[in-house]
Design a protein around this ligand. Structure first.
Ligand SMILES: CC(C)(COP(=O)(O)OP(=O)(O)OC[C@H]1O[C@@H](n2cnc3c(N)ncnc32)[C@H](O)[C@@H]1OP(=O)(O)O)[C@@H](O)C(=O)NCCC(=O)NCCS
Length: 243
């Protein structure tokens, strides 16, 4: 977030003031020129990636989901437990896929779409997920391409003001980016519908790339670092090795 903000808005790395809304969504608290007043961003981390999307004008939310076997139950049982997260129509699409693994991938694709919208509006948990329904299109996504055909219904009405960009980063990771109008703002020159189709939008950055231009925001503390390095890696979930 710091790298993005310092590069895009020319704010020195160590002068970037990040705060969170009461629901936990990080935002930039620096005083901005009016030209940048709608600038916003969102991050998601799951599986093997952390992803970030940012927008000069539209409201943005991002979510990444890794298709992983459920830890302690079969896929049909997992779907049964998750029944209320999706509408009947969404379940019909999920279950229409030809095998359980593809059903799971479609499940996580829908999940990423719902989360991306919830994260764009910043509501966190507690939103009635039955109010939003996705009509996904196309059913198959090629790895690395960006798709914008999927539509959302809110309370049964098609939401034309929101666009959803979907990408499969690799075999297992789906990313959804929700883009909508910020309340009370007049759209200027960037128009979400005018982007080139299939424009490749994610750039892979290594940890070194991320921190190369970093400036410490607190005095360096070698004891803190030694303590961090002495911690064990988190235990791996067994299920992630099954496929
Ligand atoms: C934070 C939340 C919005 C999403 O969490 P998540 O999907 O588990 O995690 P992600 O990796 O995608 O996103 C986490 C990041 O989103 C950002 N974030 C935190 N709260 C947020 C909010 N209210 N709105 C938008 N972004 C938020 C933060 O940057 C956070 O990373 P950080 O904690 O390292 O700073 C959380 O409120 C949540 O779990 N919502 C679940 C809602 C639900 O029921 N979804 C079911 C969909 S089918």
């Amino acid at each position: 977030m710091r790298k993005l903000i310092s590069e895009e808005l020319c704010i020195p790395w160590n002068e970037v003031h990040l705060q969170r809304t009461s629901k936990g969504k990080p935002f930039l608290a620096n005083n901005l020129l009016s030209i940048n007043s709608n600038f916003n961003f969102n991050v998601s981390h799951q599986g093997d990636y952390a992803v970030l999307a940012a927008e000069p004008e539209l409201q943005v939310g991002i979510d990444i989901m890794k298709t992983d076997l459920p830890g302690s139950s079969s896929i049909p049982n997992f779907f049964h437990i998750m029944k209320r997260q999706f509408t009947e129509t969404e379940w019909d699409v999920i279950k229409s896929m030809s095998n359980e693994w593809m059903q799971l991938a479609m499940f996580y694709r829908h999940w990423a779409l719902k989360e991306s919208f919830l994260k764009a509006i910043g509501v966190g948990i507690g939103f009635n997920l039955q109010r939003i329904e996705f009509n996904v299109s196309p059913l198959q996504l090629e790895i690395g391409k960006v798709y914008k055909e999927t539509k959302m219904l809110l309370d049964g009405e098609k939401e034309e003001e929101w666009t959803f960009e979907e990408t499969r980063l690799d075999e297992h990771h789906h990313v959804a980016v929700a883009l909508g109008k910020q309340e009370g703002f007049v759209q200027k020159d960037s128009d979400v519908h005018s982007m080139e189709p299939n424009q490749l939008q994610f750039t892979i950055l290594t940890f070194e790339d991320l921190v190369a231009s970093g400036i410490p925001v607190t005095p360096e503390d070698s004891a803190y670092w030694d303590n961090f390095c002495s911690k064990q890696e988190g235990p791996m979930r067994q299920s992630s090795h099954l496929r």
